[in-house]
Design a protein. Structure first.
Length: 316
């Protein structure tokens, strides 16, 4: 009888341990927004930027993401002037106010940020506890909870890569990008920049990225590229020699544009999803990744799930 009782207690403990482990296990969750920088006129926000912020906060209260990727054009239309520029408060601190969104933000510059002083945005890293913009380009590695697996994201400066005349600066960043892609053993590997490689939207993709970044992503079996710039939400996908790349455009956080003028400029059948409803109040991406799959949800500012896609781990 005693042995039976002990066995029952043992089995109950195992069951409880399993339940506790299951309840506590979750993926790495994060948000992706681009082109979120309000406007240069009072009140320095748009209806879209405020609506997107509110929905991000509501989702964050439910899903508890660990961080936000902010993909440039952080302050429309001319960036900021100094580290004390009131736009940091008017467009960022006083807009994203919920405790649920008081999490690390990892930022890069967009073309409109370069109309102002990007160095001031980098310096703001020492002012705000959640603003992380340490260099013009930098890498971040995130652990998937409960595992030894990681997601590596290279935060790159596509303005410098595609729009600067400083050849040395461009070459240095390309060398850095290839070195970091080559050395990554992460379960998932992405680059994240302001400009897209492919886009059917108004601006379209950037040829310098298609010519130089795309081959590197294939060569080092990356998963894809996050971008903004076009004011819409998009998923594009291409494959080559057993490597599939996914291109995520999340640029609808302050303005929404329905233009698809570059639809003929992307590879055949690569455009899987596009959202640019100008009557909407914007949107963003929510990512939930575990060791088996990385799920990307495109979320409209009214809370609707517009589209989902799944990315699988790298083939190393």
């Amino acid at each position: 009888m005693k042995n039976t009782f002990n066995l029952v207690i043992y089995l109950i403990c195992i069951k409880l341990g399993y339940l506790i482990t299951s309840a506590n296990s979750h993926g790495l969750k994060f948000l992706v927004i681009g082109d979120w920088g309000g406007t240069s006129e009072f009140p320095y926000t748009t209806e879209t930027s405020v609506s997107t912020a509110r929905q991000m906060e509501q989702l964050a209260e439910k899903e508890h993401p660990e961080f936000v990727l902010a993909l440039g054009d952080n302050f429309y239309f001319d960036g900021v002037e100094t580290v004390n520029d009131p736009r940091f408060q008017d467009t960022f601190e006083n807009v994203f106010t919920s405790a649920a969104i008081n999490i690390p933000w990892y930022l890069i510059a967009g073309n409109h940020d370069y109309h102002g002083n990007v160095s001031a945005q980098i310096a703001y890293t020492k002012v705000s506890k959640r603003w992380n913009f340490p260099h013009l380009y930098y890498s971040q590695s995130f652990n998937i909870p409960g595992t030894s697996d990681t997601i590596d994201i290279l935060m790159i400066d596509t303005v410098l890569l595609c729009e600067t005349d400083d050849r040395e600066q461009r070459d240095n960043q390309w060398e850095w990008i290839e070195r970091n892609l080559k050395n990554s053993n992460a379960k998932y590997l992405f680059t994240a920049g302001h400009h897209p490689i492919y886009s059917i939207g108004w601006h379209g993709g950037r040829s310098c990225l298609e010519d130089k970044l795309l081959p590197l992503l294939y060569k080092y079996t990356a998963n894809g590229h996050f971008a903004g710039h076009d004011h819409c939400l998009q998923h594009l996908q291409t494959s080559k020699e057993n490597v599939t790349l996914d291109f995520i455009v999340s640029g609808a956080a302050s303005y929404v544009d329905s233009n698809t003028d570059n639809k003929a400029e992307v590879p055949d059948d690569s455009s899987k999803f596009h959202f640019g409803d100008e009557d909407s109040k914007g949107g963003f991406c929510f990512i939930d990744a575990n060791s088996d799959r990385l799920k990307i949800s495109f979320v409209e500012a009214n809370g609707d799930d517009l589209y989902q896609t799944t990315i699988f781990p790298r083939y190393l």
